[in-house]
Design a protein around this ligand. Structure first.
Ligand SMILES: Cc1cc2nc3c(=O)[nH]c(=O)nc-3n(C[C@H](O)[C@H](O)[C@H](O)COP(=O)(O)O)c2cc1C
Ligand SMILES: [Mn+2]
Length: 455
């Protein structure tokens, strides 16, 4: 199993040549990469895209790496149906990182005076984007009190050769670390790595408690420790075999305009005064590949964020309701949970567990185990036939949610809603669902009564 991005890409291209598309013709980073992806998605094609020539940059670009469960699963050598199990196992059996003193990413270093992030093929995707963005950068930062490192994706807006605006969701971990440093009047050193093995992305998207160590989870997913090294300049950690690493600081008490950016919520959101990253050096592998994740509601962003989120939510809800059956995130800020309800009040217990483990969640619908939660028609049927609004809806106003929700006011303070769409008091006492006896369904052959092909 490959341990870095280029190793994974080579393996995947060899095994699945039809899912790996090399684009030789020059492509414009302004809108064209997003247009190609949009058209491919409309045609239901989801190959990894390798752009050999991007206008204005010497770096080739790889995009759509996380576009299917098959691709991500093959990167960690599992069956795509085993994600949840494997993810929860990696949380339980973490493997701490190994510290190394050198690595492929140190092939070339560009120092402070010569840094120019404008040479990277940053993309503009949609009409509402304020500027070109880096979207696939994984930020590592050290908590000043605990010494633990946190990993997260954070969008970076191009400002100038060594400055970029950064969006750190209030309430998420990087924002908390930055606030702790800012309280002491100190700049926060960070590394931003672009182009690592897909396990890094799965780990960075882990949604756990503050202080939980994503690096150990990435090791757990890979089945071996991740190799990290410390930058001379910043003292921050970064992956030794990333394609590109930026060493940087986020200065305290500086706010400049960042956004809007067309987000996963489906809207150009998040315009505001935000901290600024100053880039101090760039490390590169020989023939470095720049990784891009198309902004907005494209498949790879949604899929990638959903895998860790569902694993974490399942684990949290199971702690409160041991008979939870399944969880599904069908849309931004939304969760559907199915439970085998034994007692009254368990749907509400599931809601509370879900809300407290994922800040972005705004709506939770809880259904019984007879509902297929990936079929939204069935879910809405359960809401229609098992809910009385005055009895079954829980409303919690004034809770922190996502500032990328355009209906929220006041920087992401939202009203959370839980819908208990389970049968009351319990499913076994509810009217029977329409069902032709199974024995008849099994025995009856349609073709002995009519010819279906003539219809
Ligand atoms: C492509 C991509 C871009 C993202 N950009 C941001 C961002 O700009 N700001 C942010 O706060 N979270 C962003 N996220 C989500 C965070 O990475 C995610 O919530 C992560 O779990 C946060 O880490 P934490 O739990 O350690 O705080 C992004 C996720 C993806 C997949
Ligand atoms: Mn974290």
């Amino acid at each position: 199993m490959a341990k870095d991005l280029r190793g994974f890409l080579a393996e995947y291209e060899k095994k699945n040549p039809k899912e790996f598309c090399r684009v030789k013709r020059e492509v414009d980073p302004k809108f064209e990469v997003a247009a190609i992806l949009t058209k491919l998605e409309e045609a239901r094609k989801l190959p990894i895209l390798f752009y050999e020539k991007v206008k204005g940059s010497i770096f080739p670009v790889v995009a759509n790496v996380y576009s299917t469960k098959k691709k991500i699963a093959s990167s960690i050598g599992i069956d795509p149906r085993k994600f949840r199990e494997r993810y929860i196992e990696a949380i339980k059996n973490q493997i701490p990182p190994r510290f190394v003193s050198d690595g492929p990413v140190m092939d070339e270093t560009i120092g402070e005076k010569d840094v120019d992030i404008g040479t990277l093929p940053m993309m503009t995707y949609h009409e509402g984007d304020a500027a070109p963005y880096i979207t696939a950068g994984i930020v590592l930062a050290e908590d000043p009190e605990t010494g633990e490192f946190n990993a997260s994706f954070n969008r970076l807006m191009y400002q100038s050769r060594n400055r970029a605006g950064i969006f750190m969701t209030i309430g998420k971990h990087l924002h908390e670390i930055y606030s702790r440093m800012e309280d002491q009047g100190k700049a926060l050193p960070i590394s931003i790595s672009i182009g690592s093995h897909p396990a890094w992305a799965l780990g960075a998207l882990y949604i756990g408690a503050y202080g939980d160590n994503e690096l150990g989870i990435i090791g757990g997913l890979l089945g071996s420790p991740v190799e990290v090294m410390k930058g001379d300049l910043s003292g921050t950690l970064f992956p030794a075999n990333a394609e590109i690493v930026l060493e940087a600081v986020i200065e305290p008490h500086i706010r400049e305009e960042e956004g809007p950016f067309c987000e996963f919520s489906g809207y150009a959101t998040g315009k505001g005064l935000r901290p600024v990253v100053t880039i101090k050096s760039i490390h590169l592998r020989k023939k470095a590949i720049y990784q891009d994740i198309c902004g907005g509601q494209h498949r790879e962003h949604l899929l990638m964020a959903t895998i860790p989120m569902e694993a974490n939510l399942y684990k949290s809800v199971k702690g409160a309701v041991p008979t939870v059956v399944d969880v599904h995130v069908p849309a931004p800020f939304s969760l559907i949970v199915s439970i085998k309800k034994r007692f009254q009040g368990q749907a509400q217990a599931a809601m509370i567990a879900a809300f407290s483990s994922e800040m972005y969640l705004k709506h939770v619908i809880v259904v019984d185990e007879d509902v297929n939660i990936t079929n939204l028609q069935e879910v809405i049927w359960a809401v229609a036939t098992r809910v009385q609004a005055d009895r079954d809806i829980v409303i919690i106003p004034g809770v922190r949610g996502s500032s990328l929700d355009p209906s929220s006011g006041n920087e992401g303070v939202v009203t959370k809603m839980g819908i208990d769409a389970t049968a009351k008091p319990v499913l076994s006492s509810y009217p029977k669902r329409n069902k032709v006896p199974q024995e008849v369904m099994d025995r009856l052959k349609l073709e002995s009564f009519l010819n279906i092909d003539e219809l």
